[in-house]
Ligand binder design. Structure first.
Ligand SMILES: CC(C)(COP(=O)(O)OP(=O)(O)OC[C@H]1O[C@@H](n2cnc3c(N)ncnc32)[C@H](O)[C@@H]1OP(=O)(O)O)[C@@H](O)C(=O)NCCC(=O)NCCS
Length: 152
C-alpha cells in the first residue's frame, strides 16, 4: 500500500533527480542521454510537460510528454523500482491523458524497448496498441515498439 504523494509539474530543482532516475530505470545499458541539462530544457519548454510524483520531497516517478499539433509524444516515463505495482504509473499516465485531452490532443504516442515486457504490458493495460517496430531505435542495440492511444 502506497501512502499519499503529490503529482505536479516539475521545477528546475527536480532536473537532476529526474535525469538520474531516467539513467537507472530507462537508459540502462545505453549511453546517458537524458542528463540534467536536457531535462532542464524540457522543464523550460512551453510545448513539453515534465510531471513528477513526489512524497516527502522524494521523487517517486516522473513523465515527460511533448506536444505536437494534435498529438503528444511521451518521451520518458518511469516509476522508482521500489514504488512499482502500486498504481503510481497509472496515476501519472492518467494525469498526462487528462491534460492532453484538455489541450485538444487526439492521440498519445510513445516507444518502448522491445525487451521491456513490463512497460509494454503496462501500456497495453491502459488502452495503448502496438502500431509498429522501429528497428535499432535504441542506439542500434535494441528495437523500439511504437505504441499509440487515441483519446476519446
Ligand atoms: C512501466 C512502469 C512505469 C509501470 O509503473 P507502475 O507504477 O509499476 O504501474 P502500475 O502499478 O500503475 O501498474 C498498472 C498495471 O499495469 C500492468 N503492469 C505494470 N507493470 C507491469 C509489469 N512489470 N509486468 C506486467 N504488467 C505490468 C499491470 O496490469 C498493473 O496492474 P496490477 O499491478 O494490478 O497487475 C514501471 O514499471 C517503470 O517505471 N518501469 C521502468 C521504466 C520503464 O519501463 N518506463 C517505460 C519506458 S517506455
Amino acid at each position: 500500500m502506497i501512502t499519499a504523494y503529490d503529482i505536479t509539474l516539475a521545477r528546475p530543482a527536480h532536473a537532476l533527480e529526474i535525469a538520474q532516475l531516467s539513467r537507472d530505470a530507462i537508459e540502462y545499458g545505453l549511453p546517458w542521454r537524458w542528463t540534467q541539462g536536457r531535462v532542464m530544457k524540457s522543464i523550460r519548454d512551453a510545448a513539453t510537460n515534465v510531471v513528477v510524483a513526489r512524497r516527502d520531497g522524494e521523487l517517486l516517478g516522473f513523465a515527460i510528454m511533448k506536444y505536437g499539433e494534435d498529438e503528444a509524444h511521451v518521451l520518458l516515463f518511469a516509476v522508482h523500482a521500489t514504488q512499482r505495482r502500486s498504481g503510481l504509473g497509472s496515476a501519472l499516465l492518467a494525469w498526462l491523458e487528462a491534460t492532453a485531452g484538455i489541450a485538444g490532443i487526439r492521440a498519445i504516442r510513445l516507444e518502448a524497448r522491445a525487451g521491456n515486457a513490463g512497460a509494454r504490458a503496462f501500456y497495453l493495460r491502459h488502452g495503448f496498441v502496438e502500431s509498429g517496430l522501429s528497428p535499432g531505435y535504441y542506439e542500434g542495440s535494441e528495437d523500439g515498439v511504437r505504441m499509440v492511444k487515441h483519446l476519446a
